[in-house]
Ligand binder design. Structure first.
Ligand code: RIB
Ligand code: CA
Length: 319
């Protein structure tokens, strides 16, 4: 039986591929796409989610906008990574998929109540919506199967030397989630940096011969240009689909149990995920922490998902 999931995202190039993986892989049932401010402002991340759903033919999944700023600190976007639109690179047609009027938190709450079994939440963005859900509807914790998030790191950060972008953007929200008691799996930079979209990977999307495959290649090409310029990466790490892959097949993403704290007060370390990998604090684990990606199988699943969507949306590939 496919695992019911909701993606909470801030498209964002890697969020876009995460949405496609969730919609195209039969192992998961994508119930909704909710958006939050992060990579770009909420209006842009929501427009981008609508664009992705339009070009991927994802027309039966509600898209709902959530919080337009973090719980406490001001919003800081990542236009240097994702561009002024938040999804620079490809030219997108006007979206035909609209957003529903419900706030993301209320939509998630309603779907959790209506679904016959607990639902997996897959946040690939700052955790503002998820934290607000847990505060506004505490009874929902028992209706969440687990939270499998992209964020944090067992090592260095990317937005500061200590902090990863999703956690740094809203550290208070992340702290609420890690302390919530809901089962949490953290897919941090230490594992997502194993998902490098090399030229060979990009060529696999082009080789699909569909407009969607071309759009994915263009997304990866732009993402690669900013990662090369900002971080000196030869190929960009495709962070967000790793969290979806963990739900699709836990054997794709190997994890260890560990205690994770979110640093809220450090002058130089605010937003860091402090991961007790060697149980030196003696505190019980509150998360599964991803450490190894089955990289080749990961790319196979992602390319296959885009192939399915592309043929469903545009018909058989051109020769
Ligand atoms: O640090 C990487 C994360 O921040 C990814 O989710 C990316 O989309 C940005 O949101
Ligand atoms: Ca993201």
């Amino acid at each position: 039986m496919p695992v019911p999931i909701i993606i909470d995202c801030d498209p964002g190039h890697d969020d876009a591929l995460a949405i496609m993986l969730a919609a195209g892989d039969p192992a998961v049932d994508l119930l909704a796409v909710t958006t939050v401010a992060g990579n770009q402002t909420l209006d842009k991340t929501t427009l981008n989610a609508r664009r992705v759903c339009t070009v991927a033919g994802i027309t039966d999944v509600p898209v709902a906008a959530g919080c337009d700023r973090p719980l406490v600190q001001p919003l800081g976007v990542a236009a240097d990574v994702h561009g002024a639109t938040g999804l620079d690179g490809p030219m997108f047609p006007a979206p035909t998929v609209d957003a529903v009027p419900e706030h993301a938190v209320d939509l998630i709450h309603r779907l959790l109540a209506e679904h016959p079994e607990p639902v997996t939440l897959v946040p690939t963005a700052p955790l503002t919506n998820i934290a607000l859900l847990l505060r506004r509807y505490p009874e929902d914790a028992s209706r969440i199967r687990e939270i499998v998030l992209m964020g944090g790191s067992t090592e260095r950060g990317n937005r500061t030397p200590a902090a990863e972008f999703n956690i740094l953007t809203d550290p208070e929200a992340a702290d609420i989630v890690f302390r919530s008691g809901v089962p949490v799996t953290m897919c941090g930079l230490n594992v997502t940096h194993q998902a490098l979209a090399t030229p060979e990977v990009v060529a696999r999307f082009v080789a699909l011969g569909t407009p969607l495959g071309r759009i994915c290649a263009d997304l990866l090409t732009f993402f690669g240009s900013t990662y090369r310029e900002l971080y000196g990466f030869s190929s960009p790490p495709l962070h967000d689909p790793v969290a979806v892959a963990r739900v699709i097949d836990p054997g794709l993403v190997h994890c260890v149990d560990a205690h994770v704290d979110v640093e809220l007060h450090g002058r130089y370390t605010r937003g860091a995920t402090v991961v007790d990998l060697h149980r030196s604090t003696g505190r019980p684990a509150n998360a599964r922490v991803a450490v190894t990606l089955e990289t080749s199988l990961f790319w196979d699943r992602l390319v296959a998902a885009v192939a399915v969507l592309g043929e469903r949306a545009h018909g058989p590939a051109s020769s």
